[in-house]
Design a protein around this ligand. Structure first.
Ligand code: NAD
Ligand code: TYD
Length: 349
């Protein structure tokens, strides 16, 4: 029998890979609930949109009456919650939107779930979160599941708050939940305001490559399909009330990553090697820029046997190829309101 699962934010970057993975497994009936903000795009799911086990519903997780009705209409066995505002720079210019979606929206879902699952067994609320809740590392060390929360941006503070609410509902109302905190993802469908797709877009169009500060900040990168595979595994085999860190053991300084991307793209575009590096422009640093993120994913490896499947260079090659083969997608998402935001954002720097 197919299990009924609600996925929120399934039209976004990571959510679209999670929806596809669950549909392809053949074990689930999926409802994808998404507000279709600037970051949500149904093009991300064209290949599975006619699957009989898939339904899309446009709606806002903050609309409490609507969410309650949804849980009356459907008997969901599980919720995988990804809907969020996800870009740190936007959270600096507009923190209220992050509190509304990431905190109020999550609590609105938790309330509906708490009522709908009273007296029912074998249910699970899966909250998808970020390693940014742990704050910023110095030169040494890794984030573990027991690392104290120390969020430093409005985005990470809103995600930390939503994590706390999930645990509080578990503790207070016995809500069955799992949480995972993942490092930076990259891959197909990545919205081109984040570092890797923005650089791919700009290298392709010979536009300046804005590197914040000196480019010395470090991120730990994971291919998005590896994250989706971890989510499926944790949803099916993780323990209630547990947290799992997910990461690629793959730390890169921003400037080294941009250099690597320039070199890969110069080769693929037939440019003279080194020519794209000349586009690099050091710009004003992000306010409160976290220095380093790095995840210790050994719990997930030891308890559930997960490990990343792709080497970074292989993942980057695949990602660049995807963007080359999906120019229409890139043109669509970089037109309209997004460009307005981009121009305002970068002319202020
Ligand atoms: P994204 O911005 O690409 O997608 C977010 C999706 O949520 C969009 O489809 C958007 O339309 C939808 N959405 C936003 N507000 C909504 C609302 N009020 N109601 C319903 N839908 C709404 O984000 P992403 O990068 O795919 O991230 C997904 C989740 O994973 C987020 O919770 C994020 O915090 C978390 N995460 C992301 C990363 C990363 O590297 N991108 C890493 C770790 C964790
Ligand atoms: P980003 O992709 O926004 O993810 P996050 O801030 O959640 O880690 O940024 C990744 C890193 O790249 C971060 O250190 C900020 C930096 N960055 C730039 O240097 N230039 C850019 O244009 C962007 C978007 C990010």
């Amino acid at each position: 029998m197919h299990k009924n699962v609600l996925i929120t934010g399934g039209a976004g970057f990571i959510g679209s890979h999670v929806v596809r993975r669950f549909i392809k497994s053949g074990n689930y009936q999926i409802v994808n609930l998404d507000k279709l903000t600037y970051a949500g795009n149904l093009e991300n799911l064209r290949d599975i949109e006619n699957d009989p086990n898939y339904e899309f519903i446009k709606g806002d997780i903050c609309d409490f009456d609507f969410i309650n009705e949804l849980f009356k209409k459907h008997d969901f066995h599980g919720v995988i919650h990804l809907a969020a505002e996800s870009h740190v720079d936007r959270s600096i210019t507009n923190p209220m939107e992050f509190i509304q979606t990431n905190v109020v929206g999550t609590v609105s879902l938790l309330n509906a779930v708490k009522e709908a699952w009273k007296g029912k067994e074998n249910r699970r609320f899966y909250h998808v979160s970020t390693d940014e809740v742990y704050g910023s590392l110095g030169e040494e060390g890794l984030f573990k599941e027991i690392t104290p929360y120390d969020p430093k941006s409005p985005y990470s503070a809103s995600k930390a708050s939503s994590d706390h609410f999930v645990r509080a509902y578990g503790n207070t109302y016995d809500l069955p939940y799992v949480i995972s905190n993942c490092s930076n993802n990259y891959g197909p469908n990545h919205f081109p305001e984040k570092l890797i797709p923005l650089m791919i877009h700009n290298i392709r169009n010979k536009k300046p490559l804005p590197v914040y500060g000196k480019g010395e900040n470090v991120r730990d990168w994971l291919y998005v399909e590896d994250h989706a595979r971890a989510i499926e595994l944790i949803f099916e085999k993780g323990k209630n009330g547990e947290t799992y860190n997910i990461g690629g053991f793959n730390e890169w300084k921003n400037i080294d990553l941009v250099h690597l991307l320039c070199d890969i793209m110069d080769r693929k575009l037939g440019n003279e090697q080194g020519s794209s590096r000349e586009l690099i422009t050091f710009v004003k640093d992000r306010a409160g820029h976290d220095l380093r993120y790095a995840i210790d994913a050994s719990k997930l490896n030891e308890e559930l046997g997960w490990e990343p499947s792709l080497q970074f260079k292989e993942g980057l090659e695949k990602t660049v190829d995807w963007f080359f083969n999906n120019e229409q997608w890139l043109n669509d998402v970089t037109s309209g309101d997004y460009m307005k935001y981009y121009d305002e954002h970068y002319t202020n720097r």
